[in-house]
Design a binder for this molecule. Structure first.
Ligand SMILES: [Zn+2]
Length: 270
């Protein structure tokens, strides 16, 4: 029997049987991990009501056999991100990030990647907890989640010939969602496929990848770039993540404000 002591975030929670709960956790030791929390619904003594979203937990997990589901034995609260339960916008964004991680985070993987992914999860919740949510925050969170799980789109180079994009390729280039990046003017030729997007938007997205999460709020974006980036990320996620996420529909209803403070008109689903 192997006992694991680690940190965890709850990505997903489902009732199971009369009194149990099945949880998807994100941990720095295992990546995504499915556990059963016996009696979690019958008695709050053991877990103290800690098995909630937006809680940073310290957990003890028992793994009896590699083939059977791991059992959650203890969950102590390390920190809770209160703000996410107090505002519908923050709640929706936080749920969305957790659902993206649940869909995209691998089980296992290299230690360094698991650590980085867990730190990203904590950092994302912390950012949503601290800053007023806006449309730009959603775009940046989508991008950074993709980056954290190893699905970073290409912004700076042509995906066909690998040449760096230059001003002469612009002002707009075709972004090929299926190929994960843009085409230079020469490779594009007269082909009209691809999502037209300004070079400036690609440069802004690329630059944002170099910012630590806790400083992302300082990046200035104009509304046009946010709109374009939203369209790009939306298509990229549809293609590479697939099915629509449950939390996304809720997030769409809330109409996040743009960074300039005006309400963004509702976007038709593409
Ligand atoms: Zn090219």
């Amino acid at each position: 029997m192997a006992t694991l002591h680690t940190h965890a975030l709850v990505l997903r929670s489902n009732d199971f049987g009369e009194s149990d709960r099945i949880l998807h956790l994100l941990t720095p030791d295992t990546g995504r991990l499915t556990v059963i929390a016996k009696g979690a619904r019958r008695s709050i003594k053991r877990f103290g009501g800690n098995l909630d979203f937006f809680n940073h937990l310290r957990v003890q997990v028992e793994r009896r056999r590699p083939t059977s589901m791991a059992r959650l034995e203890l969950a102590r609260l390390e920190r809770t991100f209160h703000g996410l339960r107090e505002s519908p916008e923050r709640f929706a964004l936080g749920s969305y990030v957790l659902e993206l991680l649940d869909r995209l985070a691998p089980e296992g993987g290299a230690r360094e990647d698991r650590d980085r992914l867990f730190r990203f999860g904590l950092g994302a919740l912390d950012w949503i907890n601290r800053e007023p949510p806006d449309a730009r925050m959603r775009v940046l969170l989508e991008l950074r989640t993709l980056d954290a799980v190893g699905l970073r789109p290409e912004f700076g180079r042509c995906v066909r010939c690998a040449n760096a994009l230059v001003a002469g390729d612009g002002p707009r280039v075709a972004f090929r969602v299926a190929d994960g990046g843009p085409l230079c003017r020469r490779c594009q030729g007269t082909n009209e496929d691809g999502l037209p997007i300004h070079l400036g938007t690609l440069r802004a997205l690329e630059a944002s990848l170099g910012f630590p999460l806790d400083r992302l709020g300082r990046i200035g974006w104009n509304a046009g770039a946010v709109n374009e980036a939203q369209g790009l990320l939306r298509r990229f996620l549809r293609f590479h993540v697939g099915l629509e996420l449950r939390s996304e529909a809720f997030l769409e209803q809330l109409t996040l404000r743009g960074p300039e403070g005006k309400l963004r008109p509702p976007q038709p689903p593409s």
